[in-house]
Design a protein around this ligand. Sequence first.
Ligand code: ZN
Length: 436
Amino acid sequence: MFESLIKRQKIQKTLQKNIWAKTSELEELQLQKFRVILNHAYQNVPYYHRLFRSAGLKPEDIKSYKDISKIPITTRKDLRDPKNDVIANNIKLKNCMKCKTSGSTGVPLELTCTVEDGLYAWASYERVRRVNGYNPSHDKFLILKSAKQKSNNEKYAVKYIKKLHGKLSDQNTSLIYLTEPIHNQIELLKTINPDVIWGYPSAIKVLAKEVKERSIEKISPRLVFTASEVLTEECRNYITSVFNSEIYDVYGAWETGCMAWECSKHSGYHINMDTVLLEFIDESGESVCEGERGKVIATNLNAFGMPRIRYEVGDIAIPLKEECSCGMGGYLMKSVEGREDDFIKLPNNQIVSPRIVTVTIKNVPGVSEFQAIQEKKDTILVNIVKEQDFDESTIHKELARALHKVLGNELNIESQIVEDIIGDKSGKLRAVVSRI
Ligand SMILES: [Zn+2]
């Protein structure tokens, strides 16, 4: 425990220092870290070894930014394919944490992370909070969490989270689980009366709506951080109008850690060039020009347990080859267009964050991929691609039980097993669709 606390402080200090580095220094550091992870993956991860060989490449062929595009892109599907050996064979698996991504696409992915991988991911977010004014020793910090993290190694998971967050900061940190009934969430919110809130924009909006409708006063966190979902202008304005707080949007994913974030200038998103290498490409795989929309391709520079190199995140964003006037180094990017899921509207008119639906479904045993569609006010239909060796009727039963628990019994839950989940017209996968 002590050892990892020291490690954590060291990583935090390094990342904190990097924030003031010049962009040219960050580029140098980024390329250097990219080469390290590339070498590691080539030497120790069979999937990447094969991928490199299939492209006739060796890590030493990647000398500059322009060489990077020679490396084939890896998708979520590639990393999910059991035939692909994607975990590094030089790490101790028993010391690793396994966690499932949020499932916001309807296609969750299980990641294997070393303690250091996890520390870097945590520090990449913690830096954003601190640089924007969060003080862990004074501020009451509230995290809206989708659900208790399910792990095949629960005991280790608890130890791992303690390692990440340390004991000192725990006393000021509270959690609200979104799977709790909204009334309980509001009661907790009133008790905690947080200075800082962190969570999905859709979940914070639901809270804000309740606060407004119940005319609850005095809930006015100084800082609100929204993450892991697209923050629409409408949502930003709504939360600001109810809480009267400044909102900082953060762009990140489980696979990548924090990728980019807003500072108080709000003139774009600072790219975390020291922890991730982002590319923005068009349909033919070419880098788009500054100011043009491109698919986000990310390389996590600190994922050694299960590397993610040139990983297709599934979002669209706009690179800006410009720096921010705040004085911190690195390039900016603009407007993330990701998956915009719909809110579910319950028969009693209460709205529910789509994240509650996705996190509930992804944890039902046997569900591999899914899409939930609200066709009518009182019915949700869930299409499921099931894992092999799972009984259909048990999946249907478990799914209905789990969703009734979080959405109430007034909704009919229907489900059917399908071969594939079909994307919308643009080909985007949406995990939660409402047609009412
Ligand atoms: Zn800035």
